[in-house]
Design a protein around this ligand. Sequence first.
Ligand SMILES: [Zn+2]
Length: 419
Amino acid sequence: MKYKALFVFFILIMLCMNSVSATCNIIVITDPTGEDPNGAAAGSMSFAENMFQSTFLMSKEGQYVVLSGGTGSSDTRLDSIIEALASLQNNASAASAASVASGYTGARLVVGGPHMGAAVGGSFDAYVITVDSGDNSTITVTPYSGGLATLEPGQKGAIIHLRNTAGNPLYGTADSVRQETAVNIGKMIRDGYPATTILAEAMGEVARDSGEKYGGGGVNLVSGLSTGDMFTPSEMNETGYPMDQEYSKSCSECGWALGFPSAENYNVCPVCGSELTTIYAYEALGNSLTVTSDSVTVSVYGSEAPGLASTTTEVVKAAVNNNGYDATAIASSINRAINSGVLVGVDFVEPKDINVKEESKAVGVYFTALLGDRTSPSWDLPVDSMVLNILGSIQTVIGIILILLVVFRSRLLKSFQER
Ligand SMILES: [Zn+2]
């Protein structure tokens, strides 16, 4: 059963793998006890295209991530990922799982989690950052090149790998940016910032200074959050969103939000007249990964219209902040947003189209009714649930959430609705 699931997993990735190499991988662990909901985070980005592939795989159950990259073929990289995942299923250490990459030409794996520490194996140029707690906390930043480098379990710290992609106009900057960013990561850990915030700031710095800037995305390893397809390209052979660029403008009063480039046309909120806040992509990454007392996870079903999910999320967050987890109030807010043109291309919703799970701070919005007597996907798997309905055996046997299936989403949704 296990091998069958692995095989399905393999085939599915094969379908969407082409060539890609994440050239920046970062993992940050600020709370090795796993108690801080924002205490471990990881992310990838690159100058290269196709960053939805293989860049950040997270197991929610196992609280670990496998980041990959390198110069080898996608098949090679894939083989290394499969072997690493299989070893992690057998309780391998981060170092042991990452060392798998050395058996595959050109491949690199970064593996880690809040409890297991982290490691990078294979072909890499990385710094391992450690921060010792205490009155005069010591920051140590050590370079490694290839083989295996480890952040020990229980140690506060981080690993950053960075190389430049051929063709990047900022080619040649990787060595200095890697070192500067590593030092800044160490300072932020020392100063007590959570891993999710540090990841976002580090990705912003790398994007600006080294040009390895296209998402990619990130994961919060403690809370099981992912940026999903926020920054990944929607088509094959394209680059993702530049993480150093403006991503959206939003109104904290009423929840109005709009992505760039359309957001350029607005200086104040068109609904309530309030000041708008401009959010850069790396900040949006940090916001979506950082758990706060009032954070709401919003999942949108029924339409793949560009910007719809992020705008709906902002509207729902504002509705929840104002009125709590009330399906009727959330539906009213969404309908007001449709009336005012904030949300376009979708029909009005009713309270029954809003799936509220207050205890897990999650809200699902169904913009178009699914056909047949199907009411809603299962709830503990927002966004990926349709994919995972089909890949059920993988979810249960491997316990891994696949973040790389973006390319299939609209296609799968369509076939799901046609069943
Ligand atoms: Zn407003």
